[in-house]
Design a protein around this ligand. Structure first.
Ligand code: GLV
Ligand code: GLV
Length: 328
């Protein structure tokens, strides 16, 4: 008999068609938001689940769903998974790296440019009918070309942003990461490794691309913001919680830094009300990987992980491959 799986959110019809060739599939094409109790109930008897960042997979859920063998996240980030709890119970987790790298790097750069050049603030002004004369410093922003681009977290997406900055905009690229890139990659990205303090103090534009973990919680808080240049731009396309949003709102209000561009928020989809009230911040609803071709690739990779693992014992992009070794 075919294994049963759950697709927790609405996906492309082609993804469901593909999965139905291998599994009995329960879906959520109405895209209802399930409570943890509803998710637990839907997962009864399921061997696999296709999740998005909105579904939390933790020890309590796993204990209530003993038949679950794989959680395939349609995201590169997986802070919605308690990976240690999954590994302890022999449950595999997978994510969708690589397929979204360039799309997400494009968006990081777009948010940097929109923020530095005050694009949304000036659009609001225009739409509100306030544009009635020219002024010499009207919406004067910060230059991007030739400035110093700081990148915190130098994974694949960080490298994509570095390449765009160095090769496209002649930026001086510096980065900080847990580990240094190889000399070859540093040369390709034209990026120089610096300490976190130097990164904060010298970046004209600082882009955050590090994965969320307990160690990266509030990696940018009041103390870090205080080290940045008053003219600096901060861009977060990583995860909410990496930035202390209340401290950031305070720094933006006090003009401790010039502006911020944020695609992710602590407690999203809620957004800190102090951020909503500020004009020197560009806010987008977690859409950095959102192009149709990339979302298709992400959904297909998540589906390939379910089929690869449940039908052939071989997932494509496992997060905790030690689960595979334990079984054999
Ligand atoms: C999106 O945030 C992702 O992790 O893919
Ligand atoms: C994270 O894994 C990245 O691709 O930057």
């Amino acid at each position: 008999t075919q294994a049963s799986i759950l697709v927790a959110r609405a996906v492309f019809p082609e993804t469901l068609d593909f999965l139905r060739r291998h599994f009995e599939v329960e879906n959520n094409q109405a895209d209802a938001i399930w409570s943890p109790a509803e998710l637990r109930q839907k997962l009864q008897g399921k061997a696999g689940v296709l999740t998005t960042g909105s579904e939390r997979i933790d020890a309590a859920l796993l204990d209530a769903c003993p038949q679950l063998k794989i959680c395939a996240n349609m995201a590169v980030g997986f802070n919605n998974f308690d990976v240690a709890a999954m590994t302890a119970r022999g449950v595999l987790g997978t994510n969708t790296p690589d397929v979204l790298t360039e799309t997400t790097a494009d968006f990081g750069f777009a948010l940097l440019m929109a923020t530095a050049r005050r694009m949304t603030e000036s659009e609001h002004f225009l739409r509100a009918g306030q544009w009635n004369k020219w002024a010499i410093d009207m919406f004067a922003g910060a230059d991007v070309h030739g400035s110093t681009l700081g990148i915190l977290g130098m994974g694949r997406i960080g490298q994509g942003i570095a390449r765009r900055g160095a090769h496209g905009f002649g930026m001086n690229v510096i980065y900080h990461n847990r580990s240094r890139l190889s000399p070859e990659l540093e040369a390709e990205c034209k990026a120089r490794y610096v300490s976190k303090d130097e990164l904060l103090q010298t970046a004209d534009h600082l882009v955050l691309v590090l994965p969320y973990a307990a160690e990266s919680h509030h990696a940018i808080g009041a103390a870090e913001l205080a080290q940045m240049k008053p003219t600096a731009t901060l861009v977060n396309i990583a995860r909410g919680g990496i930035v202390d949003d209340a401290a950031l709102a305070q720094a933006l209000r006090d003009k401790r830094i010039a502006a911020a561009g944020l695609d992710v928020f602590e407690g999203e989809p809620k957004v800190h009300p102090d951020l909503l009230a500020l004009s020197n911040v560009v806010l987008t609803p977690h859409i950095a990987s959102a192009t149709i071709p990339t979302r298709r690739k992400m959904a297909q990779l998540a589906a390939d992980n379910l089929v690869g693992f449940l039908a052939q014992g071989q997932p494509v992009t496992p997060l905790n491959p030690e689960v595979l070794k334990k079984k054999s």
